[in-house]
Write a protein that binds this ligand. Structure first.
Ligand code: HEM
Length: 493
């Protein structure tokens, strides 16, 4: 068994490559760095090499050469995520943090340092906060959100449709999720583009991450103040009104968590699915021929190219053995989701067809499993449907092997997806069918209703959803373009 090196008294783990070997990009103690150009060049190759050298749990180094364990085994990830007592989420238990080795300006601090949101909590505190997030997210009618995806999807396509070419990542896949998220969060849609960039920087973990985090927190602080004064039909207002009685700081940090967790991930899923559709003729053929549905194709991409490759998994609450490694109390465990989805113990071969099977770990598992996965899937599937139905002959303008990738410790994404198509006119009118009434109500809770629009009483038992839709119906009744004054969450003034 090996143990994590604690610089400067690190010992070289058994089986580690000779220090200085360029192919292995080793740091102190010959331990593999999970960051830097060598690690970014071929992350999947790196995970496989680590699996061969160390088994399902491998010692690695984070930015600043901070030691960590990378869990690459499918079963071992389940063991970590489903045993919150042994692997706690509270980062204040992390040994380098306790020793003062991680500054607040460290690029890994925004992702790993403790915060008051539910992703850093355990037990009853987690249940209280996570319950408020779950129940507030459940109040969004999925069909309602899909209408927004269609609306914004068409608007984005209108901007480039007459050109006959577009950079689909920057002009579509990066913009669409954040536009939908401004509706979810209750922000004005014009905040979308700035927040796209800020949340990307935060997740990539560059030196810009700290400034980006400050910008996001400032924007969301203003949002919380606005929603106290003028509540709407959005996550911010529903978290404020939830019986779990979240403080303003807790509301702010959960809005931040949702924004950061939802945006880059959904962008990655859209663009990764589109890339596969463009570059694998058989994939596109299966979709056209009806042998594979788009949701099944998205699931296959979730297996093969998870939007988050690695995510924080917890801190050992005691010395423990995992995957043949000796984990010490206070060590950090990272969930190697991309590696675990390709674990030979559960997958016959890398890239093997999974036929709609949803048991991948791209949303992890256990009490912290992603609560927004259905929303992420809905934005992805509907966004791609809108794009391919408006531009059916959309195709790449470069050879597949000319596409380039950018990787960080946490995720890998395309740098651009340049495409061309037959130029089209702007959409005449987006056909928006009035939705069915009845916003979902979270089960088992007597929740104060957010202040509703003046009641129209033909269905008094389900007033919330009617009011959610009222703005849309008014807008669609008049125009294709959202009238800002009617958009849920618009700031006054
Ligand atoms: C395809 C898109 C998405 C992917 C791949 C994804 C993936 C993930 C992953 C891997 C986690 C970490 C779970 C853990 O710590 O064990 C997570 C957490 C989370 N996600 Fe998602 N996510 C997506 C979309 C969304 C959306 C759309 C929302 C909200 C609208 C959302 C909200 C959250 C929240 C609140 C958490 C923290 C949960 C907790 O710690 O209890 N995610 N997500």
């Amino acid at each position: 068994m090996t143990s994590l090196p604690e610089p400067p008294r690190a010992s070289i783990p058994l089986g580690a490559p000779p220090p200085g070997c360029p192919a292995h990009a080793s740091g102190p103690g010959g331990v593999q760095r999970l960051y830097g150009p060598a690690a970014s060049a071929d992350p999947m190759g790196l995970y496989e090499r680590l699996r061969t050298e160390h088994g399902p749990v491998a010692p690695v180094l984070l930015e600043g050469d901070v030691p960590a364990w990378l869990v690459l085994g499918y079963q071992e990830i389940l063991e970590v995520t489903r045993n919150p007592r042994r692997f706690r989420r509270d980062g204040r238990a992390w040994s380098p943090w306790q020793r003062g080795e991680i500054g607040t300006d460290s690029p890994i601090a925004p992702v790993l340092a403790w915060g008051p949101d539910c992703s850093h909590q355990d037990g009853s505190v987690h249940q209280r906060l996570r319950g408020a997030v779950n129940e507030s997210l459940e109040r969004f009618d999925r069909r309602g959100l899909r209408r927004y995806v269609q609306l914004y999807g068409h608007q984005l396509i209108d901007r480039f449709a007459p050109e006959g070419r577009a950079e689909i990542l920057g002009q579509y896949a990066q913009q669409l999720p954040m536009l939908v998220l401004t509706v979810v969060l209750g922000l004005p849609e014009e905040e979308g583009p700035r927040l796209v960039e800020a949340s990307r920087q935060l997740l990539i973990g560059t030196e810009k991450a700290v400034a980006a985090d400050r910008y996001i927190q400032r924007t969301l602080t203003e949002l919380v103040a606005t929603k106290h004064a003028t509540p709407g039909h959005d996550l911010a207002s529903w978290l404020i009104a939830h019986p779990a009685d979240l403080s303003d700081e807790e509301v702010l940090h959960h809005l931040r968590l949702v924004m950061v967790a939802a945006n880059e991930t959904t962008t990655n899923l859209i663009v990764n699915t589109l890339r596969v559709v463009f570059t694998h003729p058989r994939f596109r053929g299966s979709l056209h021929g009806g042998r594979m549905t788009l949701p099944a194709a998205v699931e296959q991409v979730l297996w093969d190219e998870p939007p988050i490759s690695v995510c924080p998994g917890g801190f050992a609450s005691d010395d423990v053995e995992l995957g043949g490694q000796n984990i010490r109390k206070g060590d950090i465990l990272l969930l190697g989701l991309a590696g675990a989805n390709a674990d030979p113990a559960i997958r016959p071969a890398p890239g093997a067809p999974m036929h709609g099977n949803r048991s991948h770990l791209s949303f992890t598992s256990g009490p912290h499993e992603c609560p927004g996965q259905d929303i992420g899937r809905a934005i992805t599937v509907t966004g791609i449907e809108v794009l391919l139905s408006r531009l059916p002959d959309l195709r790449l303008t470069v050879e597949p092997d000319e596409l380039t990738w950018s990787s960080s410790t946490w995720s890998r994404h395309l740098v651009a997806l340049p495409a061309e198509f037959t130029p089209r006119a702007r959409a005449e009118r987006i056909a928006l069918v009035p939705p069915a009434p009845g916003r979902r109500q979270a089960p088992g809770r007597q929740r104060p209703r957010p202040p509703a629009e003046p009641a129209r009483t033909e269905r008094p038992a389900r007033p919330e959803r009617r009011s959610f839709w009222a703005g849309l119906r008014r807008r669609w009744g008049r125009s294709d373009q959202p009238a800002d004054a009617e958009r849920p969450g618009r700031r006054e003034g």
